[in-house]
Write a protein that binds this ligand. Structure first.
Ligand code: AMP
Ligand code: GLY
Length: 427
């Protein structure tokens, strides 16, 4: 099979690594890719926002399957356009991608199909949104309706912060994404990521993970795209796993089908484990980054047949095997991220780092120039490791990081802390 992967982050490097390992694959391209992906796939400089160019490439090279990594092309309808051209593509249609592209859409689906989530209001006028905030007080969560590159959510601990967030969004801080605003009940509890593979009719659970959204240790500082993750999380017990599937994932798949917009691809639920049970606070319609990196390390089965079964509506009898060993990933980012940061700084020592047992390094914002590896983005490297325990995986990942020479980079030193606390408490 010939496969074209779209994207250029650490998530796509992990996907390329896993897809390239499939005996079914004879050729793998990635557009646009990065310096790490280039070791697994042939990188091609197509602009993935240019759907006719992607289609022309697929037709010329007789691509059998397109795998879409990020949400932007999904929301732009790349899967619909490829399908219309007779090209199989893994991921949701434009309508189904609304689960990530519109917070209000997802909240309305939850109400219609009785999916547990926080109470909310939906507003297209600042005055109404402000009145809602004044009525409900804080803490409260203010969300731009549309895609805002992970920045459209303000968890306001005071009414003044909530009011400022409402004003900022209606003043156009996120462009059209903030023309409508969702204000949501603040959910108290542990936050986990839950992944399921869907084929429009049914869903099978992939695995659970925990991301670390804040930029600094002890969950301090601004939100980021994610500074590290591990899988599985001990907080998703078998009972909670079954509850998330029965109460959240399966009703969503059934609801989307009933509405005539079946969901295919990866459904990524952001779930808060509250005292009143698991509650959905957001959907994404693709693998998480960096959660994908640990999921691919833990997946024993070939990922390609699973993706094909998702496209073809054949997941019902499908089974995926996983390694029991936990995996953990630490993101190395350029100093200044998620704010301004420098590009073009030199990274050394990756080969020595990768020699540590259980370690795999995926690259995100990197570029190769004259034989050197340079940072080319905010999140730059994902240093991953497996181990018998989260503690061991974490030791290995940080040992690898200590061999990497990149003075202009930084990372959190406490990835996995919640699971580590739990492992230590059980000793
Ligand atoms: P997002 O940018 O959509 O991933 O959301 C950013 C973060 O906001 C999430 O990772 C949660 O930690 C937090 N969040 C979103 N909704 C809620 C909520 N209803 N209650 C508490 N925290 C929330
Ligand atoms: N890790 C968070 C995300 O992929 O949205």
């Amino acid at each position: 099979m010939k496969i074209l992967l779209l994207g250029s982050g650490g998530r796509e490097h992990a996907l390329a690594w896993k897809i390239a390992a499939s005996p079914l694959v004879t050729k793998l391209w990635c557009a646009p890719g990065n310096a790490g992906i280039a070791r697994e796939a042939e990188c091609v400089g197509i602009d993935i926002a240019d759907h006719p160019a992607v289609i022309a490439f697929c037709q010329r090279e007789k691509v059998d399957l397109v795998v879409v990594g990020p949400e932007t092309p999904l929301a732009a309808g790349i899967v619909d356009d490829l399908s219309r051209a007779g090209i199989k593509a893994f991921g949701p249609s434009k309508q189904a991608a609304r689960l990530e592209g519109s917070k209000g859409f997802t909240k309305a689906l939850c109400t219609e199909f009785n999916i547990p989530t926080g109470a909310y209001g939906r507003f297209d006028k600042a005055a109404d949104a402000l009145a809602y905030v004044r009525r409900h007080g804080a803490p409260i969560v203010v969300k731009a309706d549309g895609l805002a590159a992970g920045k459209g959510v303000v968890v306001a601990m005071t009414p003044a912060k909530a009011e400022a967030a409402v004003a900022m969004m209606f003043e156009g801080a996120f462009g059209v994404a903030g023309a409508e605003v969702v204000i949501e009940e603040y959910l108290e509890g542990r936050e986990i990521s839950f992944f399921a593979l869907c084929d429009g009719e049914t869903a099978i659970a992939l695995a659970s993970a925990q991301d670390h959204k804040r930029v600094f240790d002890h969950d301090q500082g601004p939100n980021t795209g994610g500074m590290g993750a591990y899988s599985p999380t001990p907080f998703v017990t078998p009972a909670i796993h079954d509850q998330i599937m029965a109460d959240i994932i399966l009703p969503t798949v059934a609801g989307m089908k009933a509405r005539g917009t079946p969901f295919r691809g990866v459904l990524y639920a952001g779930v808060m484990l509250t005292a009143a049970g698991p509650k959905l606070f957001e959907y994404n319609v693709r693998f998480g980054d960096p959660e994908c990196q640990v999921l691919m390390l833990r997946m024993m089965s070939d990922v390609v047949p699973a993706m094909l079964a998702s496209c073809d509506g054949e997941l019902k009898h499908f089974d995926l095997r996983w390694f029991d060993e936990p995996a953990l990933t630490v993101v190395m980012a350029a100093k200044g991220y998620p704010g301004d940061y420098a590009k073009g700084t030199r990274i050394e020592g990756l080969e020595a780092a990768a020699q540590i047992e259980g370690v795999e390094i995926f690259q995100a914002g990197t570029i190769a120039k004259n034989g050197a590896l340079l940072a080319n983005g905010g999140r730059v490297l994902n240093v991953c490791a497996s181990g018998k325990t989260v503690v061991e995986a974490r030791q290995r990942a940080y040992a690898a990081i200590d061999r990497i020479k990149w003075p202009e980079g930084f990372c959190r030193r406490d990835i996995g802390w919640q699971a580590v606390e739990q492992e230590q408490a059980q000793k």
